[in-house]
Design a protein around this ligand. Structure first.
Ligand code: ZN
Length: 156
């Protein structure tokens, strides 16, 4: 089921999301719906607050298959790189955001098992962007050179 993506101005995007205590069937179904929603919107990642739920659940696919992160936490990071980002919750806006180049992330998978992920480059960037969503942080809070796509604001 495709879910409605909340956009800038929605209170939930600014809330700190709660940890998930049990990875049950409803969490699994929600993760599936979030993936479907993300694919339809042609995004690389989606966090639960973006679809109106204040829980620590993230889905990602950078073209290498789906990744589901429950209660993700960056345990270490290295390097720094600036690149352009956008967000499904802030349509038509992009900006340059500094992020760690590499991250190690602890989380639970969709079966509730501990998983350790080491990521670099674009995947590391997406992970950091999505974890920010769980803390009520949007990329525009960190961005410089913010550009608003004129076509988008004119309801293309
Ligand atoms: Zn986003």
């Amino acid at each position: 089921m495709v879910l409605r993506i909340r956009t800038e101005g929605s209170e939930i995007l600014r809330k700190k999301a709660r940890p998930i205590t049990t990875v049950n069937r409803s969490i699994k179904r929600l993760a599936e719906d979030m993936l479907e929603t993300m694919y339809k919107a042609r995004g690389a990642g989606l966090a639960a607050p973006q679809i109106g739920r204040d829980i620590r659940l993230v889905v990602i696919d950078i073209g290498e298959g789906p990744i589901i992160l429950v209660n993700p936490k960056v345990t270490s990071s290295a390097g720094s790189v600036v690149d352009v980002e956008a967000c499904l919750s802030i349509p038509g806006v992009s900006g340059k955001v500094p992020r760690a180049e590499r991250v190690c992330v602890d989380s639970l998978d969709i079966d509730g098992k501990m998983q350790l992920l080491e990521a670099e480059g674009f995947l590391a960037r997406v992970i950091q962007h999505e974890i920010d969503h769980l803390d009520g942080v949007l990329f525009i809070d960190r961005a410089t050179d913010i550009v608003r796509d004129k076509d988008e604001s004119e309801q293309r």
